[in-house]
Design a protein around this ligand. Structure first.
Ligand code: ADP
Ligand code: ASP
Ligand code: MG
Length: 414
């Protein structure tokens, strides 16, 4: 019997009607003859609310206790979905992360999955009972609850698919596939029938939150076939596949944006060996991820250093920078959370020069100033003022020939 993991995101389980709809989709998949394991997120808005409670109490809270709070959202939806399925006469049982167990490290709030024992899930499926698993949750070796980072239910689903050797992992969400960019920002975005793992990984890592970055990494590691599709429309979605299955290797296949970063500038840092090591070493110890980095040309023995950190880590970054103030001898710290990172991604970039130049030209034609630039083999990213996010994404989508047909005007269509 084919084994399918079905994962439903927050909007798909946002209220009881939608949970009933999910129950019907699961029943339909079972009735088609598949063995099914289900992974669900918290009802939409719930995790944000729980995160806010922790932050309002103390922005520098203990992340082990943050995990205890935010992991509760998924407990509600597994129970509700199990009740909804049982009401349809379909045997189902809920599972929290620790009950499986989904073992993780102890990097609370962004824990990594170490291992998953699929035996209990497989046994349940073999006796005809559909497991309904809480996404996002892990447990440390000594029994503390963890969460797998925002969007982490995607990772739970892919990791479970790998553990039970599922034939496919279907990620049900509120759009009907993976598009050339966020269809909510660019209505003329085109749906991709297929996208390579590598492009999806790069797009996710620069902000296309349709799939969590780590879930794509996990899918690559274990060769899990992913389909992204809608829980509201009955039509095929987009497949994430090996590069060999992609016929047309586009120079740019997608545009992504992220408003999750903040820009930090250290003014007049001592310009001598070892300074960057101290600075970024201390930030790493404080578990602050640094993304883009630029160092200005030094003058009179000092230089300016600019980098981006996760917006949610700005408070921790400030504390870490205070710790090294004396060692670095900088003059002041400037922070700017009102920035957006815009990226273009495509495997065709490996064999085509000039992508960055085209990108910069399109932005300059709209008078958008570029603050920081970074590149990789198949990606170019720029940091711009947050107010230009949508304009920049649209300009690049058009410039790289990604626009699809004109969407129907308001009032047309269904
Ligand atoms: P879920 O709650 O189901 O996990 P998410 O909000 O995490 O859903 O992810 C789905 C959203 O991702 C879509 O509503 C869309 O706005 C956004 N998105 C960003 N980039 C893309 C893209 N390239 N293709 C499709 N959706 C995208
Ligand atoms: N509920 C968690 C979040 O909102 C996990 C997820 O939805 O994937 O981040
Ligand atoms: Mg998500």
């Amino acid at each position: 019997m084919p084994k399918i993991v079905m994962k439903f995101g927050g909007t798909s389980v946002a209220d009881l009607d939608r949970i009933r709809n999910v129950a019907r989709l699961v029943k339909k998949q079972r009735d088609a003859g598949d063995e099914v394991a289900v992974v669900v997120s918290a009802m939409s808005g719930t995790t944000n609310h729980l995160v806010k409670l922790c932050n309002d109490l103390n922005p520098l809270h203990d992340t082990a206790e943050y995990d205890v709070v935010v992991a509760t959202g998924e407990q509600v939806t597994i129970g509700l979905l199990a009740i909804a399925l049982q009401s349809l006469g379909t045997p189902a049982r809920s599972w929290q992360g620790w009950q499986i167990p989904i073992l993780s490290d102890d990097a609370h709030s962004k824990a990594r999955v170490d291992s998953i024992d699929g035996q209990k899930l497989l046994a349940a499926m073999a006796r005809g009972e559909t497991p309904i698993i809480a996404g996002f949750q892990g447990v440390t070796a000594d029994g503390r609850v963890t969460t797998l980072g925002r969007g982490g239910s995607d990772l739970s689903a892919v990791a479970i698919a790998a553990a039970i050797k599922a034939d496919r992992c279907d990620i049900y969400t509120d759009v009907d596939g993976i598009y050339t960019t966020d269809p909510r920002v660019v209505p003329r975005a085109r749906k991709l029938e297929k996208i390579s793992f590598e492009e999806m990984l790069e797009l996710a890592s620069v902000g296309a939150k349709v799939l969590q970055t780590r879930s794509v990494e996990m899918a690559i590691k274990h060769g899990v076939r992913i389909q992204v599709l809608s829980s509201f429309a009955d039509k095929p979605g987009s497949l994430v596949v090996g590069e060999d299955e992609i016929v047309e290797k586009l120079v740019v296949s997608g545009v992504a944006y992220s408003v999750d970063d903040a820009k930090v500038t250290l003014r007049r840092v001592a310009d001598r060996p070892g300074v960057a090591a101290i600075l970024f070493g201390r930030l790493a110890e404080a578990h602050v991820n640094v993304d883009m980095i630029v160092q200005n040309l030094g003058a009179d023995g000092t230089t300016d250093m600019t980098f981006t950190v996760g917006r949610g880590n700005l408070a921790q970054a400030r504390v870490a920078l205070e710790d090294v103030r004396e060692a670095l001898g900088y003059q002041e710290v400037l922070t700017d959370p009102a920035v957006a990172k815009i990226s273009v991604v495509g495997i065709g970039m490996r064999s085509h020069a000039g992508v960055a130049a085209r990108m910069f030209k399109a932005l300059s034609e709209r008078n958008i100033n570029i603050q920081v630039i970074s590149t990789s083999e198949i990606k170019v990213s720029v940091l711009v003022a947050a107010e230009y996010k949508e304009l920049a994404v649209r300009a690049l989508h058009t410039c790289f020939g990604l626009d699809g047909d004109e969407p129907p005007a308001a009032g047309e269509g269904q």
